[in-house]
Design a protein around this ligand. Structure first.
Ligand SMILES: Nc1ncnc2c1ncn2[C@@H]1O[C@H](COP(=O)(O)OP(=O)(O)O)[C@@H](O)[C@H]1O
Ligand SMILES: [Mg+2]
Length: 234
């Protein structure tokens, strides 16, 4: 579904992504793990064309367009790091904005909203509150809900559990599993490796701009280097 070939990204002279090759199959759940500064956000921003790059990217067999808005129209939707909600709009308005490219009259937007409320019941109770009054975990749920409102084919999630309490993290990660089970492909970036491995089918390890390892979640759990460096094994 998504195929990235020889991706290189620079900030001025700093070469921050180096020859990255990555693919996500239709309906697949793929995690990118790597420490702070490895280049995860840069990778995601490049995919959505919020950052220039060299290399080739294909989606559903066609070259990705140059315009972020066109990429969104293809169903390649990003949940950005740091959430980027509209703090002074209600939860409902933030969610509905996710569906801006869909016909608001045909009832399908309402249906999507019901799905989001079923996944995150607390958001129904919070519907008319300003987004800024929500807890961090609830705001993250709105961010994911807003992305779902646009009916993604592939959902990019950049560190959705960062800074959240373990119990909320678990809730978010289990919601991702539900989304994945509904047929949406997921590309997740995470520093928290146990979470990244929990529901993923395949995993990439990114270190200082290079993909240094790839395999199934099971292979990662058994891998000596991953265990020592990322899973706290003695
Ligand atoms: N806007 C920017 N200008 C210059 N350097 C940047 C910018 N954004 C990120 N970087 C650098 O690029 C590298 C990768 O950053 P980033 O993609 O944010 O990593 P991650 O998301 O894995 O923490 C880091 O060395 C970071 O300092
Ligand atoms: Mg980041």
């Amino acid at each position: 579904m998504l195929e990235i070939q020889n991706l290189n990204v620079y900030y001025a002279k700093a070469h921050v992504l180096r020859g990255v090759n990555l693919r996500v199959e239709s309906g697949e759940f793929v995690s990118v793990i790597g420490p702070n500064g490895a280049g995860k956000t840069t990778l995601f921003r490049a995919i959505s064309r919020l950052k220039d790059y060299s290399g080739d990217m294909f989606f559903d067999g066609s070259r990705l367009p140059q315009e972020p808005a066109q990429i969104v129209r293809l169903g390649l939707i990003q949940c950005p790091e740091g959430r980027h909600l509209f703090p002074y709009l209600s939860v409902l308005d933030n969610l509905t904005l996710g569906a801006f490219r869909h016909d608001q009259r045909d009832g399908s937007v309402k249906q999507e909203l019901e799905k989001v409320y079923t996944m995150f019941p607390i958001l129904r109770q919070r519907a008319y509150q300003m987004a800024r009054t929500l807890s961090g975990g609830e705001q993250q749920m709105v961010t994911i809900g807003r992305a779902l409102m646009s009916k993604p084919k592939l959902l990019l999630l950049d560190e959705p559990t960062i800074g959240l309490a373990p119990i909320v993290r678990k809730l978010i990660v289990d919601a991702l599993k539900q989304i994945s089970d509904s047929g949406v492909a997921i590309l997740l970036s995470e520093q928290n490796v146990p979470f990244a491995l929990e529901h993923a089918q395949r995993v990439y390890l990114l270190e200082t701009g290079s993909l240094v390892k790839t395999g199934t979640a099971e292979e990662f759990r058994r891998d000596e280097y991953v265990r020592k460096s990322y899973l706290g094994a003695a």
